[in-house]
Design a protein around this ligand. Sequence first.
Ligand SMILES: [Zn+2]
Length: 434
Amino acid sequence: MMEEKPLWPGEQAVRAAASPQPGVTRVAAIQRRGRWQVCARCGARWCTSQYVLPLGGTYCPECLGLGRVTSRDQLWRAAPPQFPQRSAAGLCAWQGTLTADQQRAAGAIQQAHAGGQPILVWAVTGAGKTEMTFPAVAAVLAAGGLVAYASPRIDVCNELFPRVRAAFPTTPCALRHGREEQAYGGEPLVVCTTHQLLRFYHAFSLIIVDEVDAFPMHNSRLLHAAVAQALLPGRAPVYLTATPDDQLRQAIRRRSLTVTYLPRRFHGAPLPVPRLHWCRAKTLTGGFQPLRDLIRRHRQARRPVMLFVPTVPLLTQLTAWLRQAFPGERVAGVNADDPDRLVKVQAFRDGQTSLLVTTTILERGVTIHHLQVVVWAADHHHFQANALVQVAGRAGRAAADPRGAVDFFYHRYTLAIAQARRDIIQMNRRGGFS
Ligand SMILES: [Zn+2]
Protein backbone atom coordinates (compact mmCIF):
# COMPACT_ATOMS: atom_id res chain seq x y z
CA MET A 1 0.00 0.00 0.00
CA MET A 2 2.89 2.32 0.72
CA GLU A 3 4.48 2.33 -2.74
CA GLU A 4 5.75 5.85 -3.39
CA LYS A 5 5.22 6.40 -7.11
CA PRO A 6 4.19 9.97 -7.93
CA LEU A 7 0.45 10.57 -8.19
CA TRP A 8 -1.13 11.31 -11.55
CA PRO A 9 -3.35 14.41 -11.74
CA GLY A 10 -6.73 13.63 -10.17
CA GLU A 11 -5.49 10.63 -8.14
CA GLN A 12 -5.72 10.27 -4.37
CA ALA A 13 -3.77 7.78 -2.27
CA VAL A 14 -2.51 7.04 1.22
CA ARG A 15 1.17 7.98 1.38
CA ALA A 16 3.85 7.77 4.06
CA ALA A 17 6.53 10.21 2.78
CA ALA A 18 6.84 13.46 4.72
CA SER A 19 6.88 15.89 1.81
CA PRO A 20 4.39 15.56 -1.02
CA GLN A 21 5.19 16.21 -4.66
CA PRO A 22 4.31 19.71 -5.96
CA GLY A 23 0.60 20.32 -6.55
CA VAL A 24 -0.49 17.68 -4.03
CA THR A 25 -2.59 18.56 -1.00
CA ARG A 26 -2.56 16.47 2.18
CA VAL A 27 -5.54 15.77 4.42
CA ALA A 28 -5.96 13.54 7.46
CA ALA A 29 -7.37 10.25 6.14
CA ILE A 30 -9.81 10.04 9.03
CA GLN A 31 -11.27 13.18 10.53
CA ARG A 32 -13.12 13.55 13.80
CA ARG A 33 -16.41 15.46 13.70
CA GLY A 34 -18.02 15.60 17.14
CA ARG A 35 -18.72 12.02 18.18
CA TRP A 36 -18.20 10.73 14.66
CA GLN A 37 -15.15 9.66 12.72
CA VAL A 38 -15.37 10.36 8.98
CA CYS A 39 -13.26 8.69 6.28
CA ALA A 40 -11.91 11.26 3.80
CA ARG A 41 -11.46 8.59 1.11
CA CYS A 42 -14.99 7.14 1.01
CA GLY A 43 -17.13 9.37 3.27
CA ALA A 44 -18.04 6.56 5.71
CA ARG A 45 -19.05 7.68 9.23
CA TRP A 46 -18.84 5.73 12.46
CA CYS A 47 -19.00 6.34 16.19
CA THR A 48 -15.65 7.21 17.86
CA SER A 49 -15.88 4.16 20.14
CA GLN A 50 -16.03 1.74 17.17
CA TYR A 51 -13.22 0.23 15.04
CA VAL A 52 -10.48 1.08 17.52
CA LEU A 53 -6.97 -0.27 16.77
CA PRO A 54 -5.00 -2.13 19.50
CA LEU A 55 -2.39 0.66 19.68
CA GLY A 56 -4.97 3.46 19.62
CA GLY A 57 -6.49 5.28 16.68
CA THR A 58 -9.21 4.00 14.37
CA TYR A 59 -9.62 2.66 10.82
CA CYS A 60 -12.28 2.87 8.12
CA PRO A 61 -14.31 -0.35 7.89
CA GLU A 62 -15.92 0.45 4.53
CA CYS A 63 -13.10 0.99 2.05
CA LEU A 64 -10.84 -1.81 3.37
CA GLY A 65 -10.80 -3.38 -0.11
CA LEU A 66 -8.44 -0.65 -1.34
CA GLY A 67 -6.06 -1.06 1.63
CA ARG A 68 -6.71 -0.02 5.22
CA VAL A 69 -6.74 3.68 6.10
CA THR A 70 -6.21 4.62 9.74
CA SER A 71 -6.37 7.85 11.72
CA ARG A 72 -2.53 7.92 11.55
CA ASP A 73 -2.56 8.07 7.72
CA GLN A 74 -2.59 10.99 5.37
CA LEU A 75 -4.44 11.12 2.11
CA TRP A 76 -2.66 12.83 -0.75
CA ARG A 77 -4.73 14.42 -3.45
CA ALA A 78 -3.22 15.55 -6.75
CA ALA A 79 -4.57 18.58 -8.60
CA PRO A 80 -7.29 17.88 -11.24
CA PRO A 81 -6.01 16.85 -14.68
CA GLN A 82 -6.07 19.18 -17.65
CA PHE A 83 -5.17 17.54 -20.94
CA PRO A 84 -4.37 19.59 -24.07
CA GLN A 85 -7.43 20.75 -25.99
CA ARG A 86 -8.04 19.04 -29.32
CA SER A 87 -10.41 19.30 -32.23
CA ALA A 88 -13.55 17.19 -31.64
CA ALA A 89 -13.69 16.25 -35.32
CA GLY A 90 -12.09 12.86 -35.91
CA LEU A 91 -11.79 12.01 -32.18
CA CYS A 92 -14.57 9.44 -32.42
CA ALA A 93 -13.94 6.75 -35.02
CA TRP A 94 -17.25 4.91 -34.57
CA GLN A 95 -18.69 4.49 -38.08
CA GLY A 96 -22.32 3.63 -37.27
CA THR A 97 -25.29 5.96 -37.41
CA LEU A 98 -27.46 6.70 -34.39
CA THR A 99 -31.19 6.02 -34.82
CA ALA A 100 -33.57 8.95 -34.28
CA ASP A 101 -34.27 7.69 -30.72
CA GLN A 102 -30.55 7.36 -29.98
CA GLN A 103 -29.87 10.86 -31.31
CA ARG A 104 -32.56 12.27 -29.05
CA ALA A 105 -31.02 10.49 -26.04
CA ALA A 106 -27.50 11.59 -27.03
CA GLY A 107 -28.76 15.19 -27.12
CA ALA A 108 -30.40 14.81 -23.71
CA ILE A 109 -27.12 13.50 -22.26
CA GLN A 110 -25.15 16.46 -23.61
CA GLN A 111 -27.73 18.93 -22.38
CA ALA A 112 -27.85 17.43 -18.85
CA HIS A 113 -24.06 17.28 -18.69
CA ALA A 114 -23.69 20.91 -19.76
CA GLY A 115 -26.20 21.94 -17.06
CA GLY A 116 -24.51 19.87 -14.31
CA GLN A 117 -27.67 17.73 -13.92
CA PRO A 118 -27.66 13.98 -13.29
CA ILE A 119 -29.46 12.00 -15.98
CA LEU A 120 -30.68 8.43 -16.33
CA VAL A 121 -30.87 6.84 -19.76
CA TRP A 122 -33.57 4.19 -19.27
CA ALA A 123 -32.90 2.07 -22.32
CA VAL A 124 -34.12 -1.42 -23.10
CA THR A 125 -31.49 -4.15 -23.28
CA GLY A 126 -29.81 -4.04 -26.70
CA ALA A 127 -30.74 -0.38 -27.34
CA GLY A 128 -27.15 0.64 -28.09
CA LYS A 129 -26.59 2.68 -24.94
CA THR A 130 -22.82 2.96 -25.25
CA GLU A 131 -22.91 4.50 -28.72
CA MET A 132 -25.27 7.23 -27.52
CA THR A 133 -22.65 8.48 -25.08
CA PHE A 134 -19.96 8.96 -27.72
CA PRO A 135 -20.89 12.57 -28.71
CA ALA A 136 -20.72 13.74 -25.06
CA VAL A 137 -17.46 11.85 -24.47
CA ALA A 138 -15.87 13.31 -27.64
CA ALA A 139 -16.83 16.84 -26.55
CA VAL A 140 -15.29 16.40 -23.07
CA LEU A 141 -12.09 14.82 -24.44
CA ALA A 142 -11.76 17.65 -26.98
CA ALA A 143 -12.00 20.19 -24.15
CA GLY A 144 -9.12 18.45 -22.31
CA GLY A 145 -11.23 16.68 -19.66
CA LEU A 146 -10.93 13.24 -18.07
CA VAL A 147 -13.73 10.72 -18.80
CA ALA A 148 -14.69 7.45 -17.04
CA TYR A 149 -16.95 4.62 -18.04
CA ALA A 150 -17.64 2.98 -14.68
CA SER A 151 -19.69 -0.11 -13.88
CA PRO A 152 -20.20 -2.20 -10.76
CA ARG A 153 -19.55 -5.35 -12.85
CA ILE A 154 -16.11 -6.49 -14.02
CA ASP A 155 -17.69 -8.36 -16.96
CA VAL A 156 -19.35 -5.16 -18.14
CA CYS A 157 -15.98 -3.32 -17.92
CA ASN A 158 -14.26 -6.07 -19.91
CA GLU A 159 -16.95 -5.90 -22.59
CA LEU A 160 -16.91 -2.08 -22.70
CA PHE A 161 -13.14 -1.57 -22.85
CA PRO A 162 -12.43 -2.83 -26.41
CA ARG A 163 -15.48 -0.97 -27.76
CA VAL A 164 -14.51 2.32 -26.11
CA ARG A 165 -10.88 1.96 -27.19
CA ALA A 166 -11.96 1.25 -30.78
CA ALA A 167 -14.29 4.26 -30.78
CA PHE A 168 -11.55 6.64 -29.59
CA PRO A 169 -8.39 5.19 -31.17
CA THR A 170 -6.23 8.31 -30.80
CA THR A 171 -7.00 8.69 -27.06
CA PRO A 172 -5.03 6.58 -24.54
CA CYS A 173 -7.52 4.43 -22.63
CA ALA A 174 -7.00 2.52 -19.35
CA LEU A 175 -8.85 -0.51 -17.97
CA ARG A 176 -8.92 -0.71 -14.16
CA HIS A 177 -10.56 -3.25 -11.91
CA GLY A 178 -9.59 -5.54 -9.06
CA ARG A 179 -8.32 -8.26 -11.42
CA GLU A 180 -6.36 -5.89 -13.67
CA GLU A 181 -2.77 -5.51 -12.47
CA GLN A 182 -1.80 -2.47 -14.53
CA ALA A 183 -1.80 0.81 -12.59
CA TYR A 184 -3.39 4.03 -13.84
CA GLY A 185 -0.96 5.81 -16.12
CA GLY A 186 -2.51 9.24 -16.62
CA GLU A 187 -4.82 8.26 -19.51
CA PRO A 188 -7.63 10.72 -20.43
CA LEU A 189 -10.15 7.86 -20.84
CA VAL A 190 -10.73 5.23 -18.12
CA VAL A 191 -12.94 2.13 -18.07
CA CYS A 192 -13.18 0.90 -14.47
CA THR A 193 -15.30 -0.62 -11.75
CA THR A 194 -17.10 1.89 -9.55
CA HIS A 195 -14.85 0.80 -6.62
CA GLN A 196 -11.81 2.09 -8.51
CA LEU A 197 -13.29 5.61 -8.55
CA LEU A 198 -12.25 5.84 -4.88
CA ARG A 199 -8.70 6.22 -6.19
CA PHE A 200 -9.63 9.59 -7.71
CA TYR A 201 -10.62 12.93 -6.20
CA HIS A 202 -12.35 15.75 -8.12
CA ALA A 203 -10.84 14.33 -11.29
CA PHE A 204 -13.48 13.53 -13.93
CA SER A 205 -15.41 15.98 -16.12
CA LEU A 206 -17.74 13.12 -17.10
CA ILE A 207 -18.56 9.77 -15.48
CA ILE A 208 -20.90 7.37 -17.27
CA VAL A 209 -22.15 4.71 -14.86
CA ASP A 210 -23.23 1.68 -16.88
CA GLU A 211 -25.62 -0.87 -15.29
CA VAL A 212 -26.00 1.43 -12.26
CA ASP A 213 -28.53 -0.85 -10.52
CA ALA A 214 -26.32 -3.96 -10.64
CA PHE A 215 -24.84 -5.62 -7.59
CA PRO A 216 -22.82 -4.37 -5.67
CA MET A 217 -23.84 -0.77 -6.49
CA HIS A 218 -27.52 -1.50 -5.79
CA ASN A 219 -28.28 0.49 -2.59
CA SER A 220 -24.55 1.08 -1.95
CA ARG A 221 -23.79 4.36 -0.19
CA LEU A 222 -20.07 3.75 -0.69
CA LEU A 223 -20.21 3.41 -4.49
CA HIS A 224 -22.57 6.34 -5.05
CA ALA A 225 -20.23 8.44 -2.85
CA ALA A 226 -17.28 7.21 -4.92
CA VAL A 227 -18.91 8.55 -8.09
CA ALA A 228 -19.76 11.90 -6.49
CA GLN A 229 -16.25 12.42 -5.09
CA ALA A 230 -14.43 11.41 -8.27
CA LEU A 231 -16.36 14.01 -10.31
CA LEU A 232 -15.18 17.61 -10.58
CA PRO A 233 -17.37 19.96 -8.51
CA GLY A 234 -20.44 21.08 -10.47
CA ARG A 235 -20.48 17.92 -12.61
CA ALA A 236 -23.10 15.16 -12.41
CA PRO A 237 -23.08 11.53 -13.52
CA VAL A 238 -24.83 9.91 -16.48
CA TYR A 239 -26.53 6.67 -15.45
CA LEU A 240 -27.36 3.90 -17.91
CA THR A 241 -29.56 0.88 -17.29
CA ALA A 242 -32.53 -1.11 -18.57
CA THR A 243 -33.73 -1.85 -15.04
CA PRO A 244 -33.51 1.12 -12.65
CA ASP A 245 -33.85 0.17 -8.97
CA ASP A 246 -36.33 1.71 -6.52
CA GLN A 247 -33.95 4.49 -5.47
CA LEU A 248 -33.53 5.71 -9.04
CA ARG A 249 -37.27 5.42 -9.74
CA GLN A 250 -37.93 7.51 -6.61
CA ALA A 251 -35.38 10.13 -7.69
CA ILE A 252 -37.20 10.37 -11.04
CA ARG A 253 -40.54 10.85 -9.26
CA ARG A 254 -39.01 13.54 -6.98
CA ARG A 255 -37.59 15.17 -10.13
CA SER A 256 -34.06 15.17 -8.72
CA LEU A 257 -33.02 12.95 -11.64
CA THR A 258 -33.74 13.68 -15.31
CA VAL A 259 -34.75 10.62 -17.34
CA THR A 260 -34.71 9.90 -21.03
CA TYR A 261 -36.35 6.70 -22.37
CA LEU A 262 -35.13 4.47 -25.13
CA PRO A 263 -37.88 1.89 -25.51
CA ARG A 264 -36.71 0.36 -28.82
CA ARG A 265 -33.71 -1.76 -29.62
CA PHE A 266 -31.30 -0.28 -32.16
CA HIS A 267 -32.51 -2.75 -34.84
CA GLY A 268 -36.15 -1.75 -34.26
CA ALA A 269 -37.54 -5.19 -33.31
CA PRO A 270 -39.40 -5.69 -29.99
CA LEU A 271 -37.92 -7.33 -26.90
CA PRO A 272 -38.55 -11.08 -26.76
CA VAL A 273 -41.28 -11.79 -24.20
CA PRO A 274 -40.44 -14.79 -21.98
CA ARG A 275 -42.49 -17.97 -22.48
CA LEU A 276 -43.47 -19.62 -19.22
CA HIS A 277 -43.20 -23.35 -18.50
CA TRP A 278 -44.55 -24.71 -15.26
CA CYS A 279 -42.79 -27.82 -14.06
CA ARG A 280 -42.81 -30.13 -11.06
CA ALA A 281 -40.01 -29.46 -8.58
CA LYS A 282 -36.81 -31.49 -9.09
CA THR A 283 -37.91 -32.96 -12.40
CA LEU A 284 -34.33 -32.81 -13.66
CA THR A 285 -33.31 -35.87 -11.68
CA GLY A 286 -35.72 -38.03 -13.67
CA GLY A 287 -34.85 -36.42 -17.01
CA PHE A 288 -36.93 -33.47 -18.10
CA GLN A 289 -38.63 -33.83 -21.48
CA PRO A 290 -39.85 -30.24 -22.21
CA LEU A 291 -36.36 -28.80 -21.61
CA ARG A 292 -34.76 -31.58 -23.67
CA ASP A 293 -37.16 -30.90 -26.59
CA LEU A 294 -36.61 -27.15 -26.43
CA ILE A 295 -32.81 -27.43 -26.49
CA ARG A 296 -32.96 -30.00 -29.26
CA ARG A 297 -35.02 -27.58 -31.42
CA HIS A 298 -32.58 -24.70 -30.72
CA ARG A 299 -29.62 -26.89 -31.61
CA GLN A 300 -31.25 -28.20 -34.79
CA ALA A 301 -31.41 -24.53 -35.85
CA ARG A 302 -27.66 -24.31 -34.97
CA ARG A 303 -28.31 -21.71 -32.28
CA PRO A 304 -26.22 -21.45 -29.08
CA VAL A 305 -28.17 -21.68 -25.81
CA MET A 306 -27.34 -19.94 -22.54
CA LEU A 307 -28.98 -21.52 -19.50
CA PHE A 308 -29.23 -19.37 -16.38
CA VAL A 309 -29.45 -20.96 -12.93
CA PRO A 310 -29.77 -19.30 -9.50
CA THR A 311 -27.17 -21.30 -7.54
CA VAL A 312 -23.88 -23.17 -7.99
CA PRO A 313 -25.29 -26.59 -6.94
CA LEU A 314 -28.00 -26.24 -9.60
CA LEU A 315 -25.32 -25.22 -12.08
CA THR A 316 -23.37 -28.42 -11.40
CA GLN A 317 -26.54 -30.51 -11.63
CA LEU A 318 -27.82 -28.98 -14.87
CA THR A 319 -24.38 -29.11 -16.52
CA ALA A 320 -24.09 -32.83 -15.73
CA TRP A 321 -27.63 -33.47 -17.00
CA LEU A 322 -26.96 -31.64 -20.29
CA ARG A 323 -23.72 -33.58 -20.88
CA GLN A 324 -25.60 -36.82 -20.46
CA ALA A 325 -28.71 -35.73 -22.43
CA PHE A 326 -26.71 -34.20 -25.31
CA PRO A 327 -23.52 -36.23 -25.69
CA GLY A 328 -22.84 -34.68 -29.12
CA GLU A 329 -22.81 -31.10 -27.78
CA ARG A 330 -20.02 -29.21 -26.05
CA VAL A 331 -21.35 -28.10 -22.67
CA ALA A 332 -19.67 -25.70 -20.21
CA GLY A 333 -20.65 -24.29 -16.81
CA VAL A 334 -19.36 -21.00 -15.45
CA ASN A 335 -19.81 -19.16 -12.13
CA ALA A 336 -18.27 -16.15 -10.35
CA ASP A 337 -15.46 -18.10 -8.65
CA ASP A 338 -14.41 -19.94 -11.80
CA PRO A 339 -10.76 -19.06 -12.63
CA ASP A 340 -11.41 -19.93 -16.30
CA ARG A 341 -14.47 -17.74 -16.50
CA LEU A 342 -13.19 -15.39 -19.23
CA VAL A 343 -11.80 -18.27 -21.31
CA LYS A 344 -15.09 -20.19 -21.12
CA VAL A 345 -17.17 -17.17 -22.13
CA GLN A 346 -14.81 -16.51 -25.04
CA ALA A 347 -15.07 -20.15 -26.16
CA PHE A 348 -18.87 -19.83 -26.15
CA ARG A 349 -18.64 -16.54 -28.07
CA ASP A 350 -16.38 -18.23 -30.65
CA GLY A 351 -18.81 -21.13 -31.07
CA GLN A 352 -16.48 -23.75 -29.55
CA THR A 353 -19.12 -24.55 -26.93
CA SER A 354 -22.81 -24.58 -27.81
CA LEU A 355 -24.51 -24.88 -24.41
CA LEU A 356 -23.36 -22.62 -21.57
CA VAL A 357 -24.79 -22.93 -18.07
CA THR A 358 -24.20 -19.83 -15.95
CA THR A 359 -25.23 -18.03 -12.78
CA THR A 360 -26.36 -14.40 -13.03
CA ILE A 361 -22.75 -13.22 -13.49
CA LEU A 362 -23.52 -13.09 -17.22
CA GLU A 363 -26.90 -11.38 -16.85
CA ARG A 364 -25.52 -8.13 -18.29
CA GLY A 365 -23.05 -6.76 -20.79
CA VAL A 366 -22.95 -9.93 -22.88
CA THR A 367 -23.89 -9.92 -26.56
CA ILE A 368 -23.78 -13.19 -28.50
CA HIS A 369 -25.41 -13.51 -31.91
CA HIS A 370 -28.31 -15.97 -32.44
CA LEU A 371 -28.42 -16.63 -28.69
CA GLN A 372 -31.40 -18.42 -27.11
CA VAL A 373 -32.03 -18.00 -23.41
CA VAL A 374 -33.36 -20.50 -20.88
CA VAL A 375 -33.88 -19.70 -17.19
CA TRP A 376 -33.99 -22.78 -15.01
CA ALA A 377 -35.73 -22.32 -11.59
CA ALA A 378 -36.84 -18.79 -12.50
CA ASP A 379 -38.88 -18.77 -9.27
CA HIS A 380 -35.77 -18.87 -7.05
CA HIS A 381 -35.38 -15.80 -4.79
CA HIS A 382 -31.99 -15.01 -6.39
CA PHE A 383 -33.90 -14.04 -9.54
CA GLN A 384 -35.31 -10.59 -8.81
CA ALA A 385 -37.40 -8.92 -11.52
CA ASN A 386 -34.49 -6.79 -12.78
CA ALA A 387 -32.24 -9.86 -13.12
CA LEU A 388 -34.94 -11.67 -15.14
CA VAL A 389 -35.38 -8.66 -17.46
CA GLN A 390 -31.61 -8.47 -17.98
CA VAL A 391 -31.29 -12.20 -18.60
CA ALA A 392 -34.15 -12.14 -21.13
CA GLY A 393 -32.42 -9.19 -22.79
CA ARG A 394 -29.47 -11.40 -23.87
CA ALA A 395 -31.65 -12.83 -26.70
CA GLY A 396 -32.34 -11.29 -30.11
CA ARG A 397 -29.70 -8.57 -29.98
CA ALA A 398 -28.30 -8.81 -33.52
CA ALA A 399 -29.73 -6.74 -36.37
CA ALA A 400 -29.39 -9.76 -38.71
CA ASP A 401 -31.33 -12.00 -36.29
CA PRO A 402 -33.46 -9.89 -33.94
CA ARG A 403 -35.89 -12.64 -32.88
CA GLY A 404 -34.50 -14.66 -30.00
CA ALA A 405 -36.43 -17.00 -27.74
CA VAL A 406 -36.58 -16.73 -23.96
CA ASP A 407 -38.01 -19.54 -21.85
CA PHE A 408 -38.56 -19.51 -18.07
CA PHE A 409 -38.97 -22.83 -16.24
CA TYR A 410 -40.49 -22.48 -12.78
CA HIS A 411 -42.49 -24.27 -10.14
CA ARG A 412 -44.05 -21.34 -8.24
CA TYR A 413 -45.30 -18.30 -10.16
CA THR A 414 -43.49 -15.48 -8.31
CA LEU A 415 -44.00 -11.74 -8.19
CA ALA A 416 -40.57 -11.31 -9.82
CA ILE A 417 -41.59 -13.42 -12.84
CA ALA A 418 -44.84 -11.48 -13.20
CA GLN A 419 -43.11 -8.11 -12.85
CA ALA A 420 -40.32 -8.96 -15.29
CA ARG A 421 -42.84 -10.04 -17.91
CA ARG A 422 -44.97 -6.95 -17.30
CA ASP A 423 -41.92 -4.61 -17.57
CA ILE A 424 -40.90 -6.17 -20.89
CA ILE A 425 -44.43 -5.93 -22.32
CA GLN A 426 -44.72 -2.31 -21.08
CA MET A 427 -41.42 -1.30 -22.71
CA ASN A 428 -42.55 -2.92 -25.98
CA ARG A 429 -45.77 -0.87 -25.79
CA ARG A 430 -43.82 2.30 -25.12
CA GLY A 431 -41.74 1.43 -28.18
CA GLY A 432 -44.91 1.32 -30.31
CA PHE A 433 -45.43 -2.47 -30.48
CA SER A 434 -48.83 -3.87 -29.63
ZN1 LIG B 1 -13.22 4.73 3.92
